[in-house]
Design a protein around this ligand. Structure first.
Ligand code: CA
Length: 226
């Protein structure tokens, strides 16, 4: 059982999600206004937040940013009607952990919620720690065993995406779709180049790469989770 807050003003969207998650034995609360959501988050604790982008009172992305800057670490799934990857990235920059584009399947929402609930606390919020790598989103700083690693913005974005989805395999096309803008000129070859550069920067000379190639499928950030 988890306690879940849905922040969404359109009943047609939140009602099926609420019904589905309630049947899954979760406690579900709904607020329809961004400011009200922020207020609620100040006083109550939830296990997952499902947040719409377009909200009365305050936009979902701003609620997200405020909540994170006040130290909130609850995983956030953003719902967005926006399909441009640039906007997805600004959602992730604001502190969302995952996003789903409308219209969505309720089963998919539920699957994403389950994935967020399984995620250890170290993988949410603004500081990600996995193995020896620490990624601080606010300062755009990455360190390995305390030593700073200089990354280009796109290398940083790619590493952050991998760290948020450890041990999951993504094809080059999926990485393009999730990390690059939809209007970018990048190709799967671009991804291969970035992964090569990222490996050179984050891997130890001896030992296997943190970003493993799964032949014929794609790549995964391989790490033991405690
Ligand atoms: Ca809305």
């Amino acid at each position: 059982m988890a306690k879940i807050l849905i922040v969404e003003d359109e009943q047609d969207f939140y009602e099926p999600i609420r019904a589905f998650l309630t049947r899954d034995h979760h406690v579900v609360e709904v607020v329809e206004n961004g400011l009200e959501a922020l207020d609620r988050l100040r006083f109550y604790k939830y296990d997952v937040i499902i947040m719409d982008w377009m909200l009365p009172g305050m936009q979902g992305v701003d609620v997200c940013r405020e909540f994170r800057s006040s130290g909130g670490t609850t995983p956030i799934l953003m719902l967005t009607a926006k399909t441009a990857t640039g906007e997805k990235i600004s959602g992730l920059d604001a502190g969302a952990d995952d996003y789903l584009t409308k219209p969505f399947d309720v089963g998919e929402v539920s699957a994403r919620v389950r994935a967020l609930l399984r995620r250890p606390a170290a993988l949410t919020g603004n500081v990600l720690k996995l193995g020896q790598i620490v990624l601080e989103r606010d300062t755009h700083r990455v360190t390995k065993t305390g030593e700073e690693i200089q990354l280009l913005p796109k290398e940083f974005a790619l590493l952050e995406f991998f760290m948020r989805h450890p041990n999951q395999v993504f094809s080059a096309e999926a990485l393009l779709d999730r990390v690059w803008a939809s209007d970018s000129e990048a190709s799967p070859e671009t991804i291969r180049t970035y992964i090569k550069r990222l490996r050179q920067k984050i891997d130890s000379k001896d030992g296997p790469s943190l970003i493993q190639t799964v032949h014929g499928v794609g790549y995964k950030f391989s790490v033991e989770l405690d």
